[in-house]
Write a protein that binds this ligand. Sequence first.
Ligand code: ADP
Ligand code: MG
Length: 350
Amino acid sequence: MFENSQESRTNLSELGEFGLIDHLTKNFSPKLESTVKAIGDDAAVLNFENKRTLVSTDLLVEGVHFDLSYTPLKHLGYKAVMVNLSDIYAMNAKATQVTVSIAVSNRFPVEALEELYAGIQLASKIYNVDVIGGDTTSSTSGLMISVTALGIAEEDEIVYRDGAKPNDLMVLTGDLGAAYMGLQVLEREKEVFKANPNAQPDLDEYTYLIERQLKPEARKDIAPLLKQLNVRPTSMIDISDGLSSEAIHLCKSSKVGANIFEEKIPLDPAVISVCEEFEIDSTMIALSGGEDYELLFTISQDDYDKIKGNPHLTVIGHMTEEKEGMHLITRANQKLPLIARGWNSMEDKQ
Ligand code: ADP
Ligand code: MG
């Protein structure tokens, strides 16, 4: 599982930069009406008529954001697109196009980049976005991928981080902590593999966690769901760094406080059992683990009945006056200050 085994190996220099771009992008044909010109000219041309345009970029660096010893390149391509689409969905908008830029060393054969692009293509197909361009350059060692996502929304549909009001309810999609625990399982298996390369890991019981880490799905479904329920969030953010740091972002931008109830935080049973196995507190993982790519948003209390009982949505707390601060209310009814221990600082502590 830990090697991206390549049966044939074509050196990048055999294709050259332009040959490589053609080769990798030959199957990308634009599908959306808004894509007037995609790959193949000096710039892409888009037509969004009178809609607002949203743009978001992320850069992923080998050794910092991903480890190729356990990340299949196809998954990496998929994830690179997901993390960007998630930012567009976090604005309550629809993602439409992406650009993909890569810096790559000749350590990678053409076949490896084909895998990466197979993942990008799969993501673009499932999420109905066009790949409209990018850039390709060499790197002296590691792989870098930068994706820019574009999206559209009506002006009055866009949801910012700064609209939450005291007494609004805090709502979360999906469940938390699985991606971080998936990473812990993969890191542990990497160490086992280093010590004994013949070890056959049995990862069946961790499938959900590993999938959440390697192949996350962005919440494309939430904006249409909220529209259907006739709920307009007052603020929204995606969970890339853990619940507490994202909740703090919403509170600071909106100038409000918050109470989050520990007992309400949704956890998958697989997260609870793996946290017992690793002897880690699952609430801490939900608060400080990262990469779940769920959405956190606030709604007016008047809208509670519209979302009540929806299997995708959990009310985990409420906003308060700014001066009351940001707190976690524990199961034992203790009031602890929320602290932003993002995913990186947690890594440093281990
Ligand atoms: P330029 O010299 O103008 O930067 P390039 O030769 O780099 O043009 O790119 C040619 C076309 O291929 C452009 O449409 C560009 O957006 C696209 N392109 C380049 N690299 C990539 C890539 N890695 N993925 C997708 N499209 C790419
Ligand atoms: Mg270029």
